[in-house]
Design a binder for this molecule. Structure first.
Ligand code: TXD
Length: 308
């Protein structure tokens, strides 16, 4: 049996995710959007790259949820991106309406799917999706931490002129300007960056990481980042479908872990075929825990706008 991956929202992130998905032959792809013809056109175009690139998959574009039935994984990217000067939280009202409708349809057609949220404000939309869907927390997961950690890895690589492959970084907490890059757990070939860089340079890297999405929004002037966000999302899809048991930072519903309850928040988890197979609790210093609490407070302020 081939895996079936539905991507809801065929915009920049959704279409690019479909591209990674095809290139890695992760499974058959259904690209769904409400815009008439657009997902069909993009799907056909992607399908026609197959003979050149050497992938062999079914790729379907649609405006009908029936075509998404019985997906193994559904990636939700539907919703507005931010404009220059906006925070992710500014999107809460408009995107909450979209996510509510999307999730109801997704779950009705693919009750056994693992659902990955990408739409911003990410942690708040993951929380909304968890509540609307009634899915167990193992199967409703938000993507943010892999992207934020990848940005930090890229900045450390640029600073030290070392391959990104040697660099590991952990960014936890909410996907907002109060995200929590953890310098102590960020390493170059196993050596913590705290032993390689001055506190000032580390702070500059962490600051650029926190503002990494905004930096791209200001450069683009319309729309937001999509190559790295879609690549990060596909790493989750691959870890799940191939049952890789990868430890990755993802937004999940917490029930007391890290001292937080009834919130979706970025923490390290183990991803495998069942979805979130374990929530990893790492030791935090008082300062790091305080930063997590501050980040959670920002998410709770946008959660207050949800009518649940
Ligand atoms: O790391 C992360 N989580 C993120 C999140 C990184 C980058 C972007 N992030 C967020 O993803 C961004 O703030 C947005 O909320 C989403 C999607 O961003 P994208 O750049 O792909 O936006 P587009 O290009 O505008 O695409 C959104 C598509 C567009 O084609 C709409 O027609 C469609 O969503 N859309 C819908 N599809 C299905 N169903 C409904 N109701 C719907 N409404 C809009």
């Amino acid at each position: 049996m081939r895996n079936k991956i539905t991507i809801v929202g065929a915009g920049f992130v959704g279409a690019t995710a479909a591209h990674w998905c095809a290139a890695k032959e992760l499974g058959d792809v259904v690209l769904f959007d409400i815009v008439d013809g657009m997902p069909q056109g993009k799907a056909l175009d992607l399908l026609q790259a197959g003979p050149v690139e050497g992938y062999d998959l079914h790729i379907l574009g649609t405006n009908d949820y029936k075509d998404t039935a019985n997906s193994d994984i559904v990636v939700v990217t539907a919703g507005l991106p931010r404009k220059p000067g906006m925070t992710r939280e500014d999107l809460v009202n408009v995107n909450a309406k979209i996510i509510r409708g999307v999730i109801e349809n997704v779950v009705a057609h693919s009750p056994k799917a693992i659902v990955i949220l990408v739409t911003n404000p990410l942690d708040t939309m993951t929380y909304l999706a968890k509540k609307v869907s009634g899915l167990p927390r193992e199967r409703i997961i938000g993507q943010a931490g892999i992207l934020d950690s990848a940005r930090m890895r890229a900045f450390i690589s640029m600073e030290l002129d070392v391959s990104v492959e040697n660099i590991h970084a952990f960014v936890l907490g909410g996907h907002g300007d109060e995200m929590v890059p953890l310098a102590r757990y960020s390493t170059v070939a196993g050596i913590p960056i705290t032993e390689l860089l001055s506190p000032e340079r580390i702070e500059a890297i962490m600051d650029r990481t926190r503002k990494g999405g905004g930096e791209i929004v200001s450069l683009l002037k319309q729309g937001s980042a999509f190559f790295a966000p879609s690549a990060a999302t596909m790493q989750m899809v691959e870890a799940i479908l191939k049952d890789r048991k990868m430890i990755l930072p993802c937004s999940v519903y917490l029930e007391g872990e890290y001292g937080l309850d009834d919130i979706c928040f970025g923490v390290p988890v183990k991803l495998g075929r069942q979805g979130v197979e374990q929530i990893i609790q790492i030791e935090l210093t008082d300062d790091e825990q305080a930063a997590m609490n501050k980040s959670a407070a920002l998410i709770r302020s946008s959660m207050a706008a949800l009518e649940l």
